[in-house]
Design a protein around this ligand. Structure first.
Ligand code: HEM
Ligand code: HEM
Ligand SMILES: [Fe+2]
Length: 447
């Protein structure tokens, strides 16, 4: 690292890792519930486990993005962060809000809107928290010595993500309007502005790790931003097929969301070609593996498996089934979990001065977690496709079908165990790095 204030990123990364572990725990609770072992039902009913699992996911990813920004922005702007105490207060309030929300879910304090379950009063705290964050990194960039495309796209992505949280806070009497605007948050985050955050973090990592010129890498970033906006905005229509909106959304949603995989194909090619073009073989090879892996797996999970159910002709059968969970897992993993884990793998040696990136632990962490997640995706796919057939084609009752497919959840649990071994190794590696140190600061470090 080049600036002392970058050390604050560590707090966010450690929080990310901790919440990821908790998220996995709730995944297992649901996995076992699906095979009939819902023993915790009185304390953690399925709805509470599900809300906790998905909200913890969102918070650990946001914490990872925030940590990444606190690390990247000083380096891109070539100055210290304007306020480290403000960053620490912001971190603490993020922890308080998420802990309160998670505890609340267990006491039935929640809004039953998938992914936006956090109760309204806490939403206002989220807004204050995010304003503090955007203010801090925004001012740092503003007062910086240089403006880079990477830094600007990152800030644009984070700021638009903050603004897009607001439509989810409006109250409607109509279920249709509520659902319509819920997608402005959920869809326009993951298939819109989060792609800018992902693209810019990948750009930063590729610049640092491959030795390819910044100009070349940032030109690609423009292409990705362009493709994202071209397809992702009107692509929101793929959620409007069956919620009571006008029929033209079937055409608009189908066509534009059908183009969305292009942006993810761009990310995959970005990673693969830049890492091949760079003459430099980075010392920290595992960080490059996570970076390139992120591009590739996001294309598979979001691009390929997203396309698999995005056309209205298909979605009319798959909507609201485990086919969605199949896609949701690999898309979130490939795109956003992997980009955060790539950034942490890159930043830890820089923050601590310890080079623990070689050896079997980080390598096995990468492979077992990825193979485990592909296995989980396969289990959800088999369960989901069978569900579609039995429920939607044969007309069997929902619960009868759930029983028939429960065997596939044993497969899910086995694959999830492999995945968890991988994450366990990653966490072990993270802990071994220890805390960030001032001695690790290299003022003249690479640009
Ligand atoms: C040990 C690991 C995990 C297990 C056993 C697990 C299991 C599950 C189960 C059973 C569900 C509910 C499916 C249903 O509605 O019946 C679920 C939902 C979900 N999980 Fe996981 N999960 C795990 C890890 C993860 C990870 C690492 C991610 C993200 C990278 C993730 C993302 C999601 C998402 C996005 C949903 C909601 C899907 C939807 O909207 O349909 N899960 N998970
Ligand atoms: C990294 C990017 C992506 C992530 C993290 C992601 C994640 C998810 C999640 C969690 C859901 C369930 C949402 C809910 O019901 O509240 C979902 C739904 C959906 N996604 Fe994605 N997705 C991504 C990209 C894509 C792309 C590129 C496409 C199309 C090519 C796509 C097509 C769909 C469709 C059609 C649904 C609705 C499924 C249904 O009818 O229930 N997704 N996605
Ligand atoms: Fe979407």
């Amino acid at each position: 690292m080049r600036y002392r204030s970058q050390k604050v990123a560590y707090l966010f990364f450690a929080t990310s890792i901790l919440l990821l572990s908790l998220q996995i725990l709730y995944g297992f609770i649901m996995g076992f519930a699906h095979v009939g072992y819902d023993n915790l039902h009185e304390v953690v009913p399925f709805n509470a486990a599900r809300a906790t699992h998905t909200n913890l996911l969102v918070v650990w990813l946001l914490s990872g993005f925030m940590g990444s920004a606190y690390y990247i922005i000083p380096e891109e702007a070539e100055r210290e962060l304007v306020s480290v105490p403000a960053a620490i207060v912001q971190w603490a309030s993020l922890v308080v809000v998420s802990v309160t929300a998670v505890i609340g879910f267990h006491f039935n304090w929640w809004e039953g809107r998938k992914f936006l379950e956090i109760p309204r009063p806490l939403d206002y705290l989220v807004v204050v928290n995010v304003l503090l964050f955007i203010g801090n990194i925004g001012l740092t960039a503003w007062k910086g010595r240089r403006f880079t495309t990477t830094g600007m796209v990152l800030i644009a992505g984070l700021t638009s993500a903050a603004l897009l949280y607001l439509p989810g806070m409006i109250t409607f009497d109509s279920q249709v309007y509520d659902s319509y605007f819920r997608w402005w948050v959920v869809h326009l985050w993951v298939e819109g502005v989060w792609e800018l955050i992902m693209g810019s973090i990948l750009s930063f990592l590729l610049i640092k790790l491959t030795g390819v010129d910044r100009e070349v890498i940032e030109k690609w970033l423009y292409v990705i931003v362009g493709l994202t906006f071209l397809s992702g905005i009107l692509g929101t229509g793929h959620h409007y097929y069956w919620i009571g909106t006008p029929g033209y959304w079937k055409m608009i949603g189908g066509v534009f969301s059908g183009l969305e995989p292009l942006a993810f194909l761009g990310m995959a090619l970005y990673g693969v070609t830049m890492s091949r073009r760079g003459g430099k073989r980075p010392e920290n090879r595992i960080a490059l593996a996570w970076t390139v892996g992120c591009g590739v797996m996001s294309f598979v999970g979001a691009g390929f498996l997203g396309f698999a159910h995005t056309l209205p002709q298909v979605n009319i059968y798959t909507h609201g089934t485990l086919v969605t969970a199949m896609h949701g897992h690999l898309a979130f993993w490939g795109a956003y979990a992997m980009v955060v884990l790539a950034m942490i793998s890159f930043a830890m040696p820089e923050l601590t001065g310890r080079k623990l990136y070689a050896g079997w632990v980080p390598e096995w962490a990468f492979w077992t977690s990825n193979i485990g997640m592909v296995g989980m995706t396969g289990a959800f796919a088999v369960a989901g496709i069978t569900q579609v057939y039995l429920e939607r084609k044969m007309g069997l009752d929902f619960l009868a079908v759930q029983e028939a497919i429960s065997v596939h959840f044993i497969g899910l649990i086995l694959a999830a165990c492999l995945f968890t071994v991988g994450i366990g190794l990653y966490i072990w590696n993270f802990i071994q790095y220890g805390l960030p140190k001032d001695e690790a600061i290299q003022p003249g470090g690479s640009a």
